[in-house]
Design a protein around this ligand. Structure first.
Ligand code: 6PG
Length: 255
């Protein structure tokens, strides 16, 4: 099922997103011993993570039963201001007292990116053994249509050294990505992300309007099109969607 939910503004979207993730965590804990959550970095989800931290604390969610996976990472240490892990720790994981062994870190910024990516994929596979799937996948989208660190025109460097264009079919769980500007990224692969029960995109900048529409219509040239969970939600704002009842490639709800 693909659905777009349009909110009046960023604050309303962030609140709804935090509530959605909390509800899916509680549902997962009802159904099983653990909830696995994949989070993206960037600026958009920060407020959602802050609100989620408060809700997890207020609801006394057993944080020992949560597993936190990072969708991608820049090639910087966690102390760097651009670190996704650093932002997610500050906004969410530290405030809830997430145990260290519940946080899967890319250990980015030192060593070899390809080795780091491979090691992360192995760790994710080990922690998600037995066919376990992410309960929630929180993604953003860039104005170029990228999501996680799947950038259009970038090169994926596989653990065996093979190179391929970033695409929907990158093998494995995780991969090192060499961008056209020569910078490194580390990213989960679509094949793993698409095992998620729920994929929720948070998109709030008007400049992303065209690429969001392309992603909703599964334009194969737009990396955000490659990601579909068992359920997929696009949470966005009226500013992005513009006026009128847009054709968004699926059910639309105005909240
Ligand atoms: C990152 C993110 C990336 C992000 C988009 C949108 O490393 O930056 O994982 O995929 O979701 O770039 O970022 P904004 O939310 O800051 O626009």
């Amino acid at each position: 099922m693909v659905q777009t939910r349009v909110y009046s503004d960023r604050a309303a979207m962030a609140f709804a997103a935090g509530d959605l993730v909390l509800k899916r965590i509680l549902a997962a804990l009802e159904a099983s011993r653990r909830a696995a959550i994949v989070l993206s970095g960037g600026a958009t989800p920060r407020e959602t993570y802050r609100l989620l931290a408060r809700a997890i604390t207020d609801e006394r969610v057993p944080v020992k039963r949560l597993l936190w996976i990072l969708a991608d990472e820049r090639w910087v240490p966690v102390t760097h201001p651009g670190s996704n892990e650093g932002m997610i720790r500050e906004a969410l994981l530290a405030p809830i007292g997430a145990p260290e062994d519940s946080i899967l870190s890319w250990q980015a910024g030192s060593g070899d990116p390809v080795e780091r990516a491979d090691r992360y994929g192995t760790e994710v596979s080990t922690r998600m053994a037995g066919g376990d799937r992410p309960d929630i996948l929180v993604l953003g989208m860039g104005a170029d249509g990228h999501t996680a660190s799947l950038f259009p025109g970038a090169t994926a460097i596989l653990s065996d050294g093979r190179r391929m264009a970033v695409c929907a079919d990158i093998p494995g769980v995780s991969v090192a990505v060499l961008r056209r500007d020569g910078t490194w990224r580390l990213s989960l692969c679509p094949r793993f992300m698409n095992t998620a029960r729920l994929a929720a995109f948070l998109v709030a900048d008007a400049q992303k309007r065209e690429k969001l529409k392309a992603a909703q219509h599964r334009d194969p040239d737009v990396p955000a099109s490659w990601i579909r969970g068992e359920e997929t939600l696009f949470l966005t704002t009226r500013e992005v969607q513009g006026d009128g009842t847009p054709d968004l490639g699926g059910e639309v709800r105005f909240a």
